[in-house]
Design a protein around this ligand. Structure first.
Ligand code: COA
Length: 214
């Protein structure tokens, strides 16, 4: 039940230089992305994913092609594993596993948690959230948010409005989840279609590991 989670920092790399190594499909998508940080996230996400796949699956990874044409990115090819990608500010994270997964990471910054929770929670979940001491609400909010986003990503699209997404619904009963802290101030959630909670193997990358250090 292992999920390998790789993370890297866009500030450590010259991401535009890395773009030359992307597939033609990815370079075409990149043309439509203009925001500099979003471009860096997109490029580093692809490079990190390739690195993660080669590290975990060896030469077999070279036979798999990434298809992101229908929202959820998937690998196409014989015996290809499942993947999920997420970014938050400078942080880029990808997960690979032998079962379906969804990954989300968020920066835990202060926001109007009550208003946001009211938008994404059903009444019981909201009441539980509002009963928490103020200083526990930030983590509690990002746990709910990342979990819902990770479930959304596992399914590859809308299954229900956010307030109906959660692990208490019968549709999600087969899902297991785990939280992790990719770095201080960030929270991540991985949801897996598995019989027991996934075991995360974290691989925070050193700047030199991807070759092209800034
Ligand atoms: C698509 C969505 C899930 C992306 O999440 P995000 O937090 O904005 O961004 P992240 O960086 O975490 O994830 C982006 C990555 O998700 C992946 N992704 C995009 N669409 C996806 C989909 N339909 N299914 C699975 N993964 C998807 C992509 O790999 C993308 O990165 P890339 O474009 O560089 O390849 C989100 O914008 C969304 O639409 N959520 C709807 C659900 C909702 O209402 N959530 C509110 C809180 S419950």
């Amino acid at each position: 039940m292992d999920v390998s989670v790789f993370s890297a920092d866009i500030r450590d790399h010259d991401c535009e230089l890395m773009a030359a190594s992307l597939s033609a499909d990815c370079r075409l998508r990149l043309v439509g992305i203009t925001h500099p940080r979003r471009r860096a996230q997109f490029i580093l996400g692809r490079v990190l994913l390739r690195h993660a796949l080669r590290g975990r699956f060896g030469a077999a990874a070279d036979g798999w092609r990434l298809d992101a044409s229908r929202g959820k990115p998937r690998l196409v090819g014989v015996d290809a594993p499942e993947i999920s990608l997420s970014h938050a500010r400078h942080l880029v994270v990808c997960a690979t596993a032998r079962f379906d997964i969804g990954l989300d990471v968020e920066e835990c910054r202060t926001r109007d948690f009550v208003a946001l929770a009211a938008q994404i929670c059903p009444p019981l979940e909201l009441a539980r959230f509002l009963s928490l001491p103020i200083d526990e609400r930030c983590v509690a909010f990002y746990r709910m948010w990342t979990l819902k986003e990770a479930i959304y990503k596992l399914h590859g699209g809308v299954v229900a409005p956010p307030e109906q997404i959660g692990l208490s619904s019968p549709e999600e009963a087969a899902l297991r989840h785990v939280y992790f802290q990719p770095e201080a101030g960030f929270l991540g959630a991985v949801v897996a279609c598995s019989s027991c909670p996934p075991r995360l193997i974290l691989h925070p990358l050193m700047p030199t590991e991807l070759g092209l250090k800034r």
